[in-house]
Design a binder for this molecule. Structure first.
Ligand SMILES: [Zn+2]
Length: 75
């Protein structure tokens, strides 16, 4: 899993892939977030689950890079 992540669409900071597990179910999920703690996308991004960890991560990365399933900018 070494796909390049595009930088954050909001602030231009480096993005990071995270893999974790839901506490109760132990199901793996993945998400991509912005590494800038002051950015709205630091916490507020879509989580991907329901597949293997590798597939969740792949989905999270491709969604991030296509700017899908992340909060839209308000114009
Ligand atoms: Zn950002």
């Amino acid at each position: 899993m070494d796909k390049a992540l595009k930088s954050c669409p909001f602030c231009g900071s480096k993005a990071e892939l995270k893999e974790a597990h839901y506490l109760e179910s132990e199901l793996p999920y993945s998400y991509v977030h912005c590494t800038s703690e002051s950015c709205t996308l630091n916490h507020n991004t879509a989580h991907f689950s329901g597949n293997t960890e590798a597939k969740n991560s792949e989905n999270a990365v491709s969604a991030w890079n296509k700017r899908l399933e992340i909060p839209a900018l308000h114009h």
